[in-house]
Design a binder for this molecule. Structure first.
Ligand SMILES: [Cu+2]
Ligand SMILES: [Zn+2]
Length: 178
């Protein structure tokens, strides 16, 4: 009888452990920025999804109704899109670095908002999918929640100080999914 109880307790602990592990794997922290035009007649251009991983954030965007070609695609420091996107301020840059490209230069050598370009096809749609090491959705210096994603008029050519990407045609604020 005693042996059976111990076995039952052992099974219970093991099952609970596996269940909590599975729960942790499912409960990833995610955030979304709905990108809208910065013009007076606001229209939705698409969404940017952020998924927090152990050592960074996966960024996945899908846009439509954008002119074909490359468009500078950055995280800007303020969570605001007013005044044709100018309210978003400069590139998110907590370390006072030069402008660069995160997937190439990392957080050591670029602004923390330097996602690069999103490529738009002839049909006006385009996708962006990159893992950015070091960014966070959970606080700290590289937390991007509450900041703005900007889609620029022109390509980011990685020149200084901000890539010469021109005006701001799309903007959205990064908000945690609840
Ligand atoms: Cu920008
Ligand atoms: Zn930059």
């Amino acid at each position: 009888m005693k042996k059976m109880i111990i076995r039952a307790v052992g099974f219970g602990v093991c099952w609970w452990g596996m269940a909590s592990w599975a729960y942790a794997a499912i409960e990833e922290k995610t955030a979304t920025a709905i990108i809208t035009t910065t013009t007076a007649a606001v229209a939705v251009l698409g969404e940017v999804h952020f998924t927090e991983k152990e050592d960074g954030v996966q960024v996945a965007a899908h846009l439509t109704a954008v002119p074909a070609g490359n468009h500078g695609f950055h995280i800007h420091e303020n969570g605001a899109c007013a005044d044709s996107g100018k309210a978003a301020g400069g590139h998110f840059n907590p370390d006072n670095h030069q402008h660069g490209l995160l997937t190439k230069d990392s957080l050591e050598g670029a602004h923390a908002g330097d996602l690069g370009n999103i490529t738009i096809n002839a049909d006006g749609s385009g996708d962006y999918s990159e893992f950015i090491k070091g960014l966070s959705l959970s606080g700290g210096k590289y937390n991007i929640v509450g900041k703005a994603v900007i889609v620029h008029e022109k390509p980011d050519d990685f020149g200084q100080p901000t890539g010469n990407a021109g005006g701001r045609i799309g903007c959205g604020i990064i908000e945690i999914n609840k």
